[in-house]
Design a protein around this ligand. Structure first.
Ligand code: ADP
Length: 296
């Protein structure tokens, strides 16, 4: 055999070798395709994970923000609660000297009754002291939950007392009494007087010292109604419920506590206080059920 023939034989692959080479290529191609598919799947999985991560990051950011808001709110509530306690302590401390001042100023008014200019001044002081007393009592009543101590009370006489106490605020307002003049009912005298006082003062302020205030006592076997109506500008329909919300006020020097305190006092008796729609002025209706709430 020549040298060329021997080289040719070694260099040219046999049929079997070619078939093996083909098979190896096929396996390689298949493996490459599978790897490519797996790579694509992995990439899709990685994309989905990235999206999920973005979502989680957004949710985490939102919850960190919420947490920050809650912390700020808790701080604000804490400060408000501390201020509320301070207001209650202040109101409590102020009440005793105010009581003494009220007594003294009443004596002084009697003393100077014959001197018109001194009387006017004394009555101004008396009005200021009564305003402060009213404010302090509302703050104290608002900060503590009313716990009525019921005693059979003549509500006609209670109305008389409230009207006498509110006389300086009523000024030239004409007071018209309707319905029963007397009706005994189990109530907490102080709580109900304060509720009624708040309604009467509001009516007086709404009428700015002149107009007609109607107070009607309507007892029945199942309930007792006390209606306080004035002919002032009335309450706009849109504010009919908000007026009972604590701190809602349309007055320059109002606290927005009068009606909230009155409603809480009436509710503590198991009753309701509502604004009755009326063509003229404002009409508040206080309803007390016959049966006192149990356990009080
Ligand atoms: P304040 O008298 O300090 O404002 P209130 O809770 O007693 O607090 O009253 C809340 C608001 O309800 C008042 O500011 C006023 O706008 C309205 N209001 C209450 N009573 C009357 C009334 N008789 N007539 C018109 N508006 C009233």
């Amino acid at each position: 055999m020549s040298v060329e023939a021997a080289v040719d034989r070694v260099a040219r692959p046999s049929e079997r070798q070619l078939a093996e080479l083909h098979a190896a290529f096929r396996v390689f191609t298949e493996a490459t395709t599978t790897l490519e598919e797996q790579y694509r799947e992995l990439q899709a999985y990685a994309d989905a994970l990235r999206l999920e991560l973005d979502d989680k990051k957004r949710a985490l950011d939102a919850s960190i923000e919420r947490q920050r808001c809650l912390e700020t709110q808790a701080l604000r509530h804490g400060r408000l609660a501390a201020m509320g306690e301070m207001a209650a302590t202040l109101a409590h401390e102020v009440r005793n000297p105010l009581g003494a001042m009220e007594l003294c100023i009443k004596l002084l008014v009697d003393e100077v009754r014959a001197q018109p200019s001194a009387l006017r001044l004394a009555e101004q002081v008396a009005g200021g002291v009564a305003d402060l007393n009213h404010l302090v009592t509302n703050i104290l009543d608002y900060t503590r939950l009313p716990e009525p101590r019921l005693a059979t009370t003549d509500l006609g006489a209670l109305v008389d007392e409230v009207l006498a106490a509110a006389a300086p605020a009523l000024g030239d307002v004409t007071v018209e009494r309707r319905g029963a003049r007397a009706a005994t009912w189990p109530v907490d005298r102080r709580l109900l007087a304060q509720a009624l006082h708040n309604l009467v003062r509001n009516a007086a302020e709404a009428m700015a010292g002149s107009g007609t205030l109607v107070i009607a006592l309507e007892p029945s076997p199942r309930w007792l109604r006390l209606v306080v109506a004035d002919d002032g500008p009335g309450v706009p329909a849109a504010s009919a419920e908000s007026v009972f919300t604590p701190f809602f006020t349309t007055k320059e020097r109002g606290t927005g506590l009068g009606l909230a305190v009155a409603r809480a006092a009436v509710a503590a008796h198991g009753g309701t206080l509502a604004l009755r729609p009326s063509a003229r002025g404002a009409t508040f209706v206080l309803t007390l059920p016959h049966a006192a709430p149990s356990g009080r």
